[in-house]
Design a binder for this molecule. Sequence first.
Ligand SMILES: [Mg+2]
Length: 127
Amino acid sequence: MKNKQKLQQEQESTLNDLLSNPDLIYKGAINKWGHHLQLDMLVEECAELIASVNRLRRGRTKDEAVIEELADVDILIGQMRLVFDQAEIDEIKRKKLTRLAERVGLIRLSFKGRLASPAANCEARRN
Ligand SMILES: [Mg+2]
């Protein structure tokens, strides 16, 4: 009985480790099915997300359906980060988030695309 309980605790610990670092799960999926099939899955999950958002906007489904599809797409994006160049994705994401931060008025950029003066950015955050 004690061994069974200990084994269950070890399994839960292993699962918690995997869930806190899902890259191992993502690699497992890519190794098992190949990145071409996982790209097909990304297309399929994106299509399901689009369909669920459209149904939500027409009042024909609930938030939970969209949330489930968002989770599916997020898992596939996690896999694609291992297939494609993560550093390049992060760099492009940083540029896009910087541009978004400016568009929503959280920062100000100079004409060179760098942060404007500290005073200008303090003012941007106050507004
Ligand atoms: Mg799905």
